[in-house]
Design a protein around this ligand. Structure first.
Ligand SMILES: Nc1ncnc2c1ncn2[C@@H]1O[C@H](COP(=O)(O)OP(=O)(O)O)[C@@H](O)[C@H]1O
Ligand SMILES: [Mg+2]
Length: 258
């Protein structure tokens, strides 16, 4: 019995690391009509593995945010398919997509997106509170301690630095232990010290807790924290690096002329 449950736990852990966290198959997204049509995604096929930290890079307008939105169920592709785990997003109605985003995906945005009238602590638990789900208090305590915001929980966002606000946003994304976190330029509004702290935290969430993260960035130093970097240009995947240094990333960007 014990052996069985141990085997099951080991198998579950292996599945956690080797399975697919999210997948895109021939994703196309166009905006506008006729002469004004913009092909934001031009046939993207891509898989993000569980328990890994992936970065998506590319020049402004290359489709990074559109890719994230279509893969996270925030926007519908024009054609192609997107999956979170084994769930094809196109098979879900609006209610199903809302549930999936709430229960299985976490988000971190460049502009923090905290609710200004709530305290930092209330922002972290807002999703659980709205869903009427109990918050895992020991996980909450672990997160705020690791993020160094335990003494800031009664402050409102306007009373916090940008770095602190983004760390609260990370705690909010992680508190429900989502299968996957999408972060869209999470360090875009942070100075280099606050960026380094945030990236070290995201790296640790992957390495120590098996969190899966996909991060859009255009900072080579940020991308160097990832296990894998995917490069987009004109809505297509044009290159990929494994465990690159910041110099490797910069070199690849130069080669792509971005
Ligand atoms: N809501 C929208 N309406 C029209 N065009 C859009 C919209 N969102 C994005 N685009 C266009 O799609 C392309 C890709 O945009 P985006 O995914 O935001 O790129 P990135 O995040 O890499 O800067 C750009 O040409 C952009 O102008
Ligand atoms: Mg963007």
């Amino acid at each position: 019995m014990l052996t069985n449950s141990l085997d099951a736990a080991v198998a579950q852990q292996a599945a956690k690391q080797d399975g697919s966290a999210a997948r895109a198959v021939a994703l196309v997204k166009t905006y506008g009509k006729g002469d004004a049509t913009v092909r934001a995604l031009d046939g993207v096929t891509l898989e993000f593995q569980r328990g890994r930290f992936a970065a998506v890079m590319g020049p402004s307008g290359s489709g990074k945010s559109t890719l994230m939105h279509c893969m996270a169920g925030l926007d519908a592709p024009t054609s192609g398919r997107a999956f979170i785990g084994d769930q094809e997003l196109g098979d879900l109605d609006d209610g199903g997509l809302t549930d999936l985003r709430r229960e299985r995906v976490g988000f971190v945005f460049q502009s923090f997106n905290l609710v200004p009238t709530l305290t930092a602590g209330e922002n972290i638990t807002l999703g659980a509170d709205l869903a009427g789900v109990a918050v895992d208090r020991s996980w909450f305590d672990t997160l705020v301690a690791q993020l160094g915001v335990a003494d800031r929980l009664s402050h409102r966002p306007s009373e916090l630095s940008g770095g602190q606000q983004q760390r609260i946003a990370c705690a909010r994304a992680l508190i429900g232990r989502p299968e996957l976190i999408f972060a869209d330029e999470p360090t875009g509004n942070l100075d280099s010290n606050a960026s380094a702290e945030l990236l070290a935290f995201l790296r640790a969430a992957v390495s120590e807790h098996g969190q899966s993260i996909v991060m859009v960035t255009h900072d080579p130093r940020a991308a160097a924290y990832a296990d894998r970097v995917v490069f987009l240009a004109d809505g297509r995947v044009v290159a990929e690096l494994r465990a690159p240094s910041a110099d490797d990333v910069l070199e690849q960007m130069k080669r792509l002329g971005s």
